[in-house]
Design a binder for this molecule. Structure first.
Ligand code: LCS
Length: 393
């Protein structure tokens, strides 16, 4: 079932469904590496594109296609390309748009490896990059070079919860014909739709909110137009960073409850952020739903809600943060985010540890920053857990 008039949650449940001949309510998993042809001519026509047909799972598979169609529908894009992980999605975009002599422009704070590989791996292939504060739109514009071939944004950013004005940057990029990719992992299409703000490519670590159950690693790149789709798809196919059908089936299942999971986690996060902000041992809290967030108004403009990610610092600093992390009982001391369970971690020594001290400083990833991914548990239990751990600080 595929209906233009359905709402977000209806599409999350139904979009991209396979018409299974046996009428099963849930699509089967096509756990196969290859597909047989009717005859030699049919095989040749599948390869030439004259006939539609599945060939080989790295190139395409009905279970993976169902997920790709559903996410493209929810983002409002032409099509999407599922990948083995979020980092595979990031690399697929980098490789599709960058080559020797080209330049990537991004803002300072990104998921650690998305920046670290640009500084450690891609220079080997002659790719240049600049990471700069994107809250100053004029300075960002001035950093565009004649060879800038891709602008890469992540908003809210991991782990600083910095917000970038997608529409303002896309307007600048359009005048120079530079494609803009937005890593929409922290929001999912439920809270933010970058194509409506002018972006050309959207990507996700589906390990996070889209799957939402902390049981797989997965990624996806969504293209706004056929032109972008045709640039991206062959890169994934030829690198071979495809999804596995079982991974796709689990992700499609998780996607069905995306809206209600985010509603609940966000409702919890709003209360947790308010609790932290008034706590005497907490120095500062960064959460887009708090008026104290420096980009509170922008967040309200481009996001449907503030989401479930909070960063904060304790008075004193890292030593105090460690006591907190070592004493939570229900929350897991673990990296990742966007799952049903509350997770707490320390970016400077964990997710962003591969960044240079200089890059961390520029991005605002201070030693005292603790990141909280709020889950869907009972909010009183989350707050009580944090309260008893804060009492030990
Ligand atoms: N983009 C963002 C914004 C992310 O947060 C992550 C992972 C990725 C891309 C990469 O996705 P993956 O390959 O892991 O599916 N973020 C993580 C984090 O904050 N903790 O652990 C992983």
């Amino acid at each position: 079932m595929h209906d233009e008039n359905l709402g977000f949650n209806s599409n999350a449940v139904h979009a991209g469904g396979i018409d299974d001949v046996l009428g099963s309510a849930v699509s089967p998993i096509y756990q196969t590496s290859t597909f047989k042809f009717e005859n030699a001519d049919h095989g040749a026509k599948c390869f030439s594109g004259e006939e539609k047909g599945f060939i080989y799972t790295r190139i395409g598979n009905p279970t993976i296609n169902e997920l790709e169609q559903a996410v493209a529908k929810l983002e409002g894009g032409f099509g999407s390309v599922a990948t083995s992980s979020g980092m595979a999605a990031v690399n697929t975009v980098y490789m599709a748009y960058l080559s020797s002599g080209k330049h990537l422009l991004a803002h300072n704070s990104l998921y650690g490896p998305s920046r670290a590989i640009m500084e450690s791996l891609y220079p080997k292939f002659g790719v240049e990059s600049t990471f700069i504060d994107a809250t100053d739109i004029k300075a960002f514009e001035a950093a565009i070079r004649p060879n800038t071939a891709l602008i890469f944004l992540e908003t809210p950013a991991n782990p600083t919860i910095g917000i970038t004005d997608i529409e303002a940057i896309c307007t600048i990029a359009k005048t120079r014909n530079i494609p803009v990719c937005v890593d929409n992992t922290f929001c999912s299409p439920y809270l933010q739709r970058p194509f409506e703000l002018g972006a050309d490519i959207v990507l996700h670590s589906m390990t996070k909110f889209i799957n939402g159950h902390a049981d797989i690693v997965a990624g996806i790149v969504v293209a706004k137009t056929r032109e972008h789709y045709d640039k991206i798809r062959p890169v994934m196919v030829n690198i071979g960073c495809n999804m596995d059908p079982h991974q796709a089936w689990l992700t499609r299942r998780g996607l069905k409850t995306l809206g209600i999971r985010i509603d609940r986690a966000q409702e919890n996060a709003i209360k947790v952020a308010a609790f932290l902000e008034q706590h005497p041992k907490v120095d500062w809290v960064l959460y887009p739903g708090l008026p104290s967030h420096p980009q509170y108004e922008l967040a309200k403009k481009q996001m449907k809600g503030p989401g479930a990610m909070i960063s904060f610092g304790l008075k004193g600093g890292l030593r105090e943060g460690k006591v907190l992390m070592d004493n939570v009982k229900m929350a897991l001391l673990a990296v990742s985010l966007g799952g049903i369970e509350t997770l707490i971690q320390h970016p400077a020594s964990m997710t962003h540890s591969k960044l240079s001290a200089e890059a961390k400083k520029a991005a605002g990833i201070t030693d005292e920053l603790v990141r909280l991914a709020v889950g869907i548990e009972d909010v009183d239990d989350i707050i009580n857990d944090l309260r008893q751990a804060l009492d030990k600080v």
